[in-house]
Ligand binder design. Structure first.
Ligand SMILES: [Zn+2]
Length: 172
């Protein structure tokens, strides 16, 4: 086990060794993800284990972080907790990928080393909502606040009328 996460890995070799990698990366190291979040100085906690299931090398792990997304309704920050687990089966061809069990995504490995960072980033991107949005009526809340503000402004500028209205009331 190591605190440092290597970037390029040989999944077959790691599976033979039953390696476990654990560590923390900043959101900033994930270029594609960084474009989609408001804050990149966030820790991403990662644990990846390599094993063999029969002859198949498998990679499974967990990723935990809190991403700051932009709500697509009100354009304000939206905290999006991520706590996901994944399982990948190492395959050398697409035909082989078709034979994987249903709970296993394929990790295509052609002998060149695999980028662990890219692998983690793919999993994170899959976990993001297509349309991040607050779980409550954030637009409604904002526009009702704006309306209150307008009311206040109006009662100040239209003071003579409100005085008149008061006079009318007391006159009755
Ligand atoms: Zn919102």
């Amino acid at each position: 086990m190591s605190d440092k996460l290597p970037n390029l890995i040989d999944p077959l070799l790691f599976a033979e060794r039953r390696s476990i990698l654990e560590g923390t990366l900043k959101v900033a190291v994930f270029e594609r993800l960084s474009d989609l979040v408001l804050v990149t100085d966030t820790d991403v906690r990662i644990k990846v284990q390599f094993a063999k299931e029969g002859k198949r090398a498998v990679v499974f792990g967990t990723i935990e972080t809190m991403l700051e997304l932009e709500c697509q309704s009100c354009l304000q920050a939206l905290s999006w907790p991520v706590d996901l687990s994944f399982k990948l089966g190492v395959v050398s061809s697409l035909q082989e990928a078709d034979q994987l069990e249903i709970d296993c995504e394929p990790l295509l490995f052609d002998g060149e080393k695999v980028s662990l960072t890219a692998l983690i980033e793919d999993e994170l991107l899959l976990a993001l909502p297509d349309y991040p949005k607050h779980g409550y009526d954030c637009i409604g809340q904002r526009s009702s606040k704006d309306a209150d503000f307008d009311d206040q402004n109006q009662s100040e500028t239209n003071n003579p009328f409100s005085v008149l209205a008061k006079l009318k009331k007391t006159g009755e």
